[in-house]
Ligand binder design. Structure first.
Ligand code: MG
Length: 170
């Protein structure tokens, strides 16, 4: 059985990951409306990854006989003016998610819950990658986003992203 505090934080994280998926779908829709279909594709796939994160945590809790409660998902709403705004908000959001994962890890460590720590190791690594990807996108948009030809090529690069299932198997 998972300790109450750890189970509570994991349950909250399921909701946060679904919110992440929702936020990235919001960005995807925003870029679709702006005609940047590559960026729309990139965020649509990112949303799929976030849903996977939620499902993995849900499965982990179920495997450990913890009760899962699915709460309401917050409505994503942002004032996006420039092409770079969603990318910056995405980076900020990933920093926030990293702090949440670290917080669960800290609770598991305190409880000597080594199984959950090992489960979370994958998420710690994943967050490192998410932050790198999000930060790369901001940098690329800063460098190339103001030139229409470069933006076109960047959008094409974003269009080439394909979905791959998570490497973590429970
Ligand atoms: Mg995630």
């Amino acid at each position: 059985m998972l300790k109450e505090k750890v189970a509570q934080l994991l349950n909250e994280q399921i909701n946060k990951e679904f919110y992440s998926a929702y936020l990235y779908l919001y960005f995807s829709n925003y870029y679709t409306e702006k005609g940047l279909n590559g960026f729309a594709n990139w965020y649509k796939i990112q949303a799929q990854e976030e849903r996977d994160h939620a499902m993995l945590i849900m499965q982990y809790m179920q495997n450990n006989d913890a009760t899962v409660t699915l709460e309401a998902i917050e409505k994503p709403e942002m004032d996006l003016k420039e092409n770079i705004d969603a990318l910056k908000a995405g980076l900020e959001h990933e920093h926030y998610v990293t702090s949440l994962i670290n917080n669960i890890y800290d609770a598991a460590y305190t409880e000597k819950d080594f199984r959950t720590m090992q489960f979370l190791d994958w998420f710690v690594k994943e967050q490192g990658e998410e932050e790198t990807n999000a930060s790369d996108l901001v940098r690329k948009m800063e460098l190339f986003g103001t030139d229409p030809k470069s933006l076109y090529l960047l959008d094409q690069e974003m269009a080439s992203r394909v979905y791959t299932a998570p490497s973590l198997v429970l």
